[in-house]
Ligand binder design. Structure first.
Ligand SMILES: C[S@@+](CC[C@H](N)C(=O)[O-])C[C@H]1O[C@@H](n2cnc3c(N)ncnc32)[C@H](O)[C@@H]1O
Length: 285
């Protein structure tokens, strides 16, 4: 077993992210998702799980068996977040595009979190149900930008937002992965939860079809401003897609509060990694 190097990023860094289990590093999963082999791999997986058994990953045969139930997606079941010395460039493949993400160590938005993988996977796999072509999208807490890049590749007009200190790396990743492509070029903007929403994103001129968010709920002190921001950005016709690893009781409390204000549906679950994908829309009067 390779030695585990634990790096504490911040005083209040989430202990649940530190694991000594020998499970595949995200890099190994990404290699398995290498674009050229992807189709063959998916075909093999689909034929293996036609009868609902032996499903190594996302299994359409079982996932779509009951349209009323949330989909059970297993693609991340072996994914346990680890803090390791591998911070550099990560390679992903979504929507038949190789995506290279520059990570760093200086803040929470500097690495790709499991919710971003889950949401990217969902958007890629459900393009008929969630058609992003020419839709207006805003991502909050975009971090490294993976989800915004995937949404852009899928045809959306994307605004990726985060704290000021995260924007430089976010811009770098977004421009590296979208420039010179025949897609709507994404925009990167500051959006601090709960601050200056009326001034910077007036409702009269800023209506979004989708608000995207991944792993924005964890142990931090801005949960109330985050809730305010989600509710503010959700206007009639807007769909909030929020993927999150549920770790703490406060995460469930946040979900409950959101459900008191918006109509909340569980779209998909990654049970073994405790990731849920939630859809929320405004309550019609
Ligand atoms: C756990 S990271 C998730 C990043 C990315 N969505 C992902 O899943 O890889 C949380 C993100 O929320 C951002 N964030 C935290 N507090 C924020 C605040 N008060 N206003 C805006 N963004 C914030 C962080 O900068 C970070 O990018």
């Amino acid at each position: 077993m390779p030695p585990l190097i634990v790096i504490i990023l911040q005083e209040n860094f989430i202990p649940a992210m530190i694991s000594t289990q020998h499970l595949p590093h995200p890099n190994e999963i990404q290699r398995a998702m290498d674009c050229p082999s992807k189709e063959k791999e998916l075909n093999e997986q689909q034929s293996e799980c036609q009868d609902g058994s032996n499903c190594p990953d996302y299994c359409p045969a079982t996932a779509e068996s009951n349209s009323e139930s949330p989909r059970i997606l297993k693609i991340l079941q072996k994914w346990i977040p680890t803090v390791s010395p591998y911070f550099d460039k990560e390679h992903y493949c979504y929507a038949d595009h190789q995506i290279t993400i520059q990570e760093s160590l200086d803040h929470f938005g500097a690495i790709v979190w499991p919710g971003a993988l889950a949401l990217s996977q969902y958007l890629e796999s459900n393009q008929q149900e969630i058609n992003l072509k020419d839709k207006k999208i805003l991502e909050i807490g975009a971090g490294t930008g993976l989800v915004s890049i995937v949404a852009s590749i899928l045809g959306a007009y994307v605004t990726a937002t985060d704290l000021p200190e995260v924007l430089e790396n976010l811009k770098l990743n977004i421009s590296r992965n979208t420039q010179n492509m025949n897609i709507h070029q994404p925009e990167v903007r500051k959006l601090v939860w709960g601050e200056d929403l009326n001034e910077d994103f007036p409702k009269s001129t800023h209506h979004y079809d989708f608000i995207l968010a991944s792993d924005v709920v964890y142990h931090h002190t801005s949960l109330d401003p985050l809730l305010t921001t989600m509710v503010y950005l959700c206007q009639p016709g807007t769909v909030l897609l929020w993927a999150n690893k549920f770790r703490f009781s406060t995460d469930f409390e946040f979900l409950e509060k959101l459900g008191n204000i918006l109509i909340v549906t569980l779209l998909a679950e990654f049970p073994e990694s405790n990731i849920k994908l939630i859809k929320a829309t405004v309550k019609e009067n």
